[in-house]
Design a binder for this molecule. Structure first.
Ligand code: SF4
Ligand code: SF4
Length: 445
């Protein structure tokens, strides 16, 4: 795509990176076929190619974006399916991240949107606040139908619908490994996952221990910054990244680390990109690259280091490949191979490349598209007639669980079970039920 950025504009490193990405696009349109919003809405401006044109126009003219441009950019799920499809290696992720930051600085959203976004940015990345908000959601729940009728307040209704009626008990961090360890790793605690599903990181710690590695805490580590980054709040994302880089660097300098393991693939995509996110910060660039080089998805780590002895459980798993894992990190085979090697029969749904609609805060901010994609994904998974759905991202797990009869668990919970751990809590009650009762997609609550 031809660009007309001026020399002065290209002095800015972010504009120069975006100009390179835009020039790489040859307008072939291959990406449109795998873009969920184009597949649903059929509008060129809701396709990757259309969004690249919008971004080019906005950045070249240094113009204030209008509501139409913002609408089409907001509808992008950042699922990155377009990057998997693109034959020209356009780095759409960096391009849309820059565009979102530009919109955040140059566009005044209507006040209800500003309020919702501020609330999400203030609450979700902080587990203490998030837990408190979920505990108090019951008080506001009766107002959900009212919020749903007022367009600007609809996201509040979606937030209330997503809040679980009962919050699981917080679990303590893992004990040090008894006996000699092969090495030591850090596991990202993060923000949302340990609040909504503490069993995931507990299962991960058990499997890592069985592989012979100690899990060490990283004081000061917190949310990876992905949630705020996707809302265009790049300074908040950089602050989160610096906090985590500091926490892991302290461990690296004092005893070393074999890996930084991530169980939520949305976080993994962001942490692996910390070097790019902090590339303009001379104090952090090298440290961020060092940390990013050690970041691995739990499935990548276990492919290298175990698990070994397994007890096949004789059930069928529908594997839902999270976009952040398959498109963002290009980790496609590892989780399926681990499940198959652990004795599970693994099935893949039709349209496995299409996003389920969760996408961080997308299901709150774009509830209609998120719901359409969620139902479509749930239908494709239910057609597999499996006993359980496994996925590698907390967002997909919660979004799909609300739309399926069959339990949705994290891949690591099944690997833990097959290597000596307990039955995943969400599977416990369904294993002995007749199959007809738990294989179909259902209406979301
Ligand atoms: S990231 Fe996903 S939704 Fe956004 S343009 Fe690419 S394929 Fe479409
Ligand atoms: S597939 Fe790549 S090169 Fe082709 S239109 Fe899409 S972004 Fe541009």
């Amino acid at each position: 795509m031809q660009t007309q950025f001026t020399e002065a504009q290209l002095q800015d490193a972010r504009t120069a990176t975006s100009a390179t990405a835009i020039r790489q696009c040859v307008h072939c349109g291959f990406c449109t076929a795998t873009c969920p919003t184009y597949v649903l809405l059929g509008n060129e401006l809701d396709s990757p190619r259309g969004r690249i044109y919008l971004i080019k126009d906005m950045l070249e003219n240094q113009s204030k974006p209008g509501p139409e441009t913002v609408k089409h950019l907001d509808r992008c799920l950042t699922c990155l399916a377009c990057m998997t499809t693109c034959p020209s290696d356009v780095n759409y992720m960096h391009l849309v991240d820059h565009a979102r930051a530009y919109v955040e600085s140059n566009y005044v959203r209507p006040w209800p949107e500003r309020l919702v976004r501020r609330l999400l940015a203030a609450v979700l990345p902080r587990p203490g606040r998030f837990r408190f908000a979920l505990r108090t959601a019951g008080i506001a729940r009766p107002f959900a139908p009212l919020f749903r009728r007022i367009p600007g307040l609809r996201p509040f209704a979606e937030m209330l619908a997503l809040a679980p009626k009962r919050l699981p008990r917080a679990l303590p961090p893992p004990e040090p490994l008894a006996g000699q360890a092969r090495g030591r790793v850090a596991v990202l605690r993060g923000c949302v996952e340990p609040v909504l599903r503490p069993e995931i990181q507990a299962a991960a710690a058990r499997v890592i221990h069985r592989a012979g590695f100690d899990v060490v805490p990283a004081p000061g580590e917190a949310c990876c910054g992905a949630l705020v980054h996707h809302m265009g709040r790049v300074d908040d994302a950089r602050a989160a990244a610096r906090r985590n880089v500091d926490a892991w660097t302290r461990l690296l300098d004092d005893g070393g680390l074999d890996a930084i393991i991530i169980t939520a693939s949305g976080c993994g995509t962001t942490i692996k990109d910390y070097g790019f996110l902090l590339r303009e910060d001379p104090d952090y660039r090298d440290k961020a690259e060092r940390v990013a080089a050690l970041a691995v998805d739990i499935s990548e780590f276990l492919t290298r280091h175990g698990p070994t002895a397994v007890t096949p459980r004789g059930i069928t798993v529908a594997y839902q490949s999270a976009c952040s894992l398959q498109h963002g990190q290009k980790v496609t085979d590892a989780p399926r191979a681990l499940l198959a090697n652990a004795g599970y029969t693994v099935k893949l749904p039709a349209e496995a490349h299409l996003c389920c609609g969760s996408a961080g805060t997308y299901n709150v901010l774009q509830p209609d598209i998120a719901d359409q994609l969620g139902r479509r994904k749930a239908g494709n998974l239910a057609a597999l007639d499996a006993d359980v759905v496994a996925t590698g991202n907390i967002g997909c797990a919660t979004h799909l669980a609300d739309r399926m009869q069959v339990p949705v668990v994290h891949t690591i919970e099944l690997l833990d079970w097959a290597t000596g751990g307990p039955v995943p809590p969400r599977l416990r009650n369904t294993l002995n039920k007749p199959r007809d009762n738990h294989v179909t997609a259902r209406e979301p609550s």
